[in-house]
Design a protein around this ligand. Structure first.
Ligand code: PGA
Length: 256
């Protein structure tokens, strides 16, 4: 696992879409072509929990990195249905997506819960991929910047500022819609988030420890618009990462 973000990153969030055997098929295809790109781009795959072990095994001889889509903050105990950090570490997971809008919506995750997870994950040297983003209503009400900065500040409360963290700006209203935001809008919001990070970190701000990426209907036709923005260091891809031909094109664009 790279301790800092010297390369751009492509992250696949496979959500609740694939059985273990289908996941293994996709990994097999990705491994072949990623070999030629590994010098230029980090690739993180976040499969479903049930496929983590199989993916972990098939990535033993690969530089593709493994991430989980969620985790619980307690180390162990009576938390039916939850997955702990030691369980993820045992499988070689280096990354965890936290605060995804789908978890905020369907699993009622609050900013406080996201913060507990961020603290536990960073204390255990996993890298969180913290998702922040506004809904359409919040955007229309002119509250976008307030919402994303508030989510960011709450997620980062009491954080150890020496840890590596990825922040994904994901406008909730474009996720899964097939229509990404205009690159200028992603750029403006990324600048707002970067300023919020500068305010939080002050003299401790080290850009090699903090990576700002974009997610939300990224595909092969728009990825270049986002990675060409200097402030964006990678992409978090849902739907388009399930089609390996498309996803490989995306990874190549991120690498270029
Ligand atoms: P999408 O999902 O690329 O399908 O919009 C992105 C995400 O939810 O992280």
């Amino acid at each position: 696992m790279s301790p800092n973000f010297s390369k751009p990153v492509a992250i696949a969030n496979w959500k609740m879409n694939l059985t273990i055997s289908k996941t293994e098929d996709l990994i097999r295809e990705l491994k072949k072509d990623y070999q030629d790109l590994e010098e230029k781009v980090d690739l993180i795959i976040c499969p479903s929990f049930t496929a983590l072990e199989a993916v972990s095994r098939s990535l033993k001889d690969s530089t593709i990195k493994l991430g989980a889509q969620n985790v619980f903050w307690e180390e162990k105990g009576a938390y039916t249905g939850e997955i702990s950090i030691p369980m993820l570490k045992e499988l070689g997971c280096g990354y965890v997506i936290l605060g995804h809008s789908e978890r905020r919506e369907y699993a009622c995750e609050t900013d406080e819960m996201v913060n507990k997870k961020v603290l536990a994950v960073t204390q255990n040297d996993l890298i969180p991929i913290i998702c922040v983003g506004e809904t359409f209503e919040e955007r229309q009400a002119g509250r976008k910047d307030l919402v994303v900065v508030s989510q960011l500040n709450k997620a980062f409360k009491n954080i150890d500022q020496s840890k590596s963290i990825i922040v994904a700006y994901e406008p909730v209203w474009v996720i899964g819609s097939g229509q990404a935001v205009k690159p200028q809008e992603a750029k403006d919001t990324a600048h707002v988030l970067r300023q919020a990070l500068l305010d939080l970190y002050q003299d401790n701000f080290k850009k090699e420890n903090l990576s700002l990426i974009y997610g939300g209907s990224v595909d092969e036709s728009n990825v270049k618009d986002f990675v060409d923005l200097k402030i964006i260091q990678g992409v978090l891809v849902g739907g388009a990462s399930l089609k390996i031909d498309q996803f490989l094109k995306i990874i190549k664009e991120v690498a270029d």
